[in-house]
Design a protein around this ligand. Structure first.
Ligand code: HPA
Length: 272
């Protein structure tokens, strides 16, 4: 069905041995959004560095913790720290959080990320719900994880991201009076930010926001049958949209500014 290197299967098995916990929702926290864990009741927190062979988080703003938590009686699984392709990890490693979520029986997975705004309607500090993903430049690598017959057998992009889960997020934002914009999230491999010419191309091809994560994780999750949604925190104007130089500290600083809004929204999503 879906291939996973045996070494990583073993990591997941070891993790599962530690828990008899069935989360309803898994959340992958993106750059600068990791503080969300402080707003829920932490039942168990595991440092990923204590799990043998688990990929190490090397990026500031990604703690490297797997958290079993609870909020208003709802069980959630949080990944505070993401494994990025641009850190040199293989896709087998990048999708470990998704595989763990699937094995623990999570029905839904919410990806969150920091992204550069391309669409002129998107400004730093905005939240954007993904209406679709573009991962055209990572799909070849994904073929090693999701064999072709499995992709071909399913119309797996018909409801992707999940329209039902996206509706829940839109209603939660309305209930909290939070403005959430919508658009296409476009993946680039990184690690360097895009050039203005690349952003110009992405813009012409319908990308609204750009980031270096989520799409391969989301495609893998969709193939495993999880309901997928993704919220981007627009942390900066993409290259060439403004003439400001980009750097990772701007990304984490803006993410920090939207922390309260993000926290309120995600809490409402959890109880919806
Ligand atoms: N490009 C790629 N990834 C990003 C950006 C960006 O502008 N901002 C935050 N993550």
């Amino acid at each position: 069905m879906v291939n996973l290197n045996i070494k990583y299967k073993n990591i997941v098995e070891r993790l599962l041995d530690e828990f008899s916990y069935k989360p309803e929702l898994a959340i992958v926290l993106g750059s600068g959004l990791g503080d969300f864990v402080f707003s829920i009741n932490v039942i168990k927190s595991i440092d990923t560095c204590s799990i043998q062979d688990y990929p190490e988080s090397t990026i500031p703003g990604h703690e490297g913790k797997i958290i079993f938590g609870e909020y208003c009686g709802k069980k959630i699984l949080l990944f505070q720290g993401r494994i990025h392709f641009y850190e040199g990890y293989s896709l087998n490693e990048c999708i470990l959080p998704v595989f763990v979520s699937y094995k623990l029986n999570a029905q839904k997975i919410l990806f969150t990320n920091a992204a550069g705004g391309i669409n002129s309607d998107l400004n730093p500090g905005d939240l954007m719900l993904a209406t679709s993903f573009n991962g055209i430049n990572i799909k070849k690598e994904l073929a090693s994880l999701i064999p072709l017959p499995s992709i071909a057998a399913k119309n797996n992009f018909l409801d992707f991201p999940s329209s039902a889960f996206n509706k829940i997020i839109i209603s939660a934002a309305e209930a909290e009076h939070i403005k959430i914009k919508e658009g296409v999230y476009w993946f680039t491999k990184g690690p360097s930010y895009e050039t203005p010419a690349e952003i110009n191309m992405i813009n012409k091809f319908g990308g609204d926001a750009v980031g270096m994560s989520t799409v391969h994780e989301a495609i893998y999750a969709g193939n495993l049958g999880l309901k997928v949604s993704s919220i981007s925190c627009i942390t900066n104007y993409a290259a060439g949209i403004s003439h400001k130089k980009l750097n990772h500290s701007e990304v984490t600083e803006t993410a920090n500014l939207v922390k309260d809004k993000f926290e309120k929204l995600v809490k409402r999503v959890i109880v919806s």
